[in-house]
Design a protein around this ligand. Structure first.
Ligand code: IPM
Ligand code: MG
Length: 363
């Protein structure tokens, strides 16, 4: 029997509630499949680790993760630690350290979920946003001088390499090709940002030559926000820079009903390193420790994790269980206007996974 080594990193805030829920779901799926096992190892890194050790994760932390088949991550963010420290000390260390250059963010309106967009049915919104995940505005290049003086200067320099742009565009074209509509929108801001963004456009044109079967267009990021709201059906697969896609994906998640549902995968397409899967909602300190967090974003991330491992049957079973649960309003958490708890949603998903396949198909 196959056995997958999976690292879990709950991190901070509600990550500590949703990751254990995800771990339970993965164990149940493995047990039910009779085909594979999951060996989970939890790493207690994050804000608490920082208070105890002065760092978000140990200096050799990447080595502990290197041999894993995948990572399930919760969130990093702590009201008592500056955000740039929690981000750079843990999540970005892993994304950049393991060259997880493709951040994949699917968005759909799940059954039972209402989009704030009027006249937008579930079939009208089925997108995947591909976010460049290792450079651009998140390259970490820049600095400050004259600190505290009136002449203080600070820079955040966005770095775009041709190789980095090429590989993310190639990944996005490939992903677009694998989807029924075979359609890609390349988002930039190449009117105002006249160097790197113009290079994006040039590289997009070059890469598109290898994908004659993919229909593609270009959109400026500001216009893209309006298009997402006004013409959601005109969009399928989207590729954008690290920061642009960060912003677009929050909008996408909100348009699909709630940030609490949205999943993501930080993928190393070359599979040299483990890829990392996480809900995009963040640590949500306002509701932490109350058992109110929506675990669906984590479960959907587990679907992506299973797909990445090639366990497509288990991935399909879990997605069907998620959709059956969201369809039931009594199982909606607070972010969806309901009163269900993390535990109730998790139990319901597990109950559906355990239903015999025939009953599941009919349900
Ligand atoms: C995301 C998040 C992160 C980001 C935050 C937590 C730094 O918003 O994954 O979209 O901006 O990358
Ligand atoms: Mg974000």
């Amino acid at each position: 029997m196959k056995s997958y080594a999976i690292a879990t990193i709950p991190g901070d805030g509600i990550g500590k509630e949703v990751v254990p829920a995800g771990a339970r779901v993965l164990q149940t799926l493995a047990h039910n499949s009779g085909r594979f096992r999951v060996e989970l190892e939890e790493f207690g890194w994050g804000g608490d680790w920082y208070r105890a050790h002065g760092v978000m994760m140990p200096p050799d932390g990447l080595d502990a993760l290197r041999g894993k088949d995948a990572i399930l991550f919760g969130s990093a963010g702590d009201p008592r630690i500056p955000d740039h420290i929690t981000l750079w000390g843990l999540r970005l260390k892993i994304c950049q350290g393991f060259d997880q250059y493709a951040n994949v963010r699917p968005t759909r309106i799940l059954p039972g979920i209402h989009s704030p967009l009027k006249r937008c049915a579930a079939k009208d919104l089925d997108w995947v946003i591909v976010r460049e995940n290792t450079e651009g505005e998140y390259a970490g290049v820049g600095g400050r001088a004259h600190q505290g003086h009136a002449i203080e200067v600070a820079t955040d320099v966005s770095i775009m390499t041709r190789a980095g742009v090429q590989r993310i565009l190639r990944f996005a074209f490939q992903l677009a090709r694998s989807r029924p509509r075979k359609q890609l929108t390349v988002v930039t801001k190449s009117n105002a940002q006249r160097h790197a963004m113009v290079m994006w456009d040039e590289v997009a044109l070059q890469v598109s030559n290898d994908f004659p079967d993919v229909r593609w267009d270009k959109e400026l990021v500001d216009a893209m926000t309006a298009r997402m709201v006004n013409r959601p059906t005109s969009i399928d697969t989207v590729v954008a820079t690290n920061l642009h896609a960060d912003i677009l994906s929050d909008l996408a998640a909100a348009l699909a009903g709630s940030l609490g549902l949205a999943p993501t995968g930080n993928i190393d397409p070359e599979r040299r390193y483990p890829s990392m899967f996480e809900p995009i909602h963040g640590s949500a300190f306002d509701i932490m420790g109350k058992g109110l967090a929506n675990p669906i974003g984590t479960f959907w991330s587990c679907v992506m994790l299973l797909e990445h491992l090639g366990e497509t049957d288990a991935a399909r079973t879990l997605m069907a269980a998620i959709e059956s649960v969201t369809a039931d309003r009594s199982l909606h958490t607070g972010d969806l206007g309901g009163t269900a708890t993390t535990q109730q949603v998790t139990d319901a998903v597990i109950e559906r996974i355990q239903r015999p396949a025939v009953a599941r198909a009919a349900a």
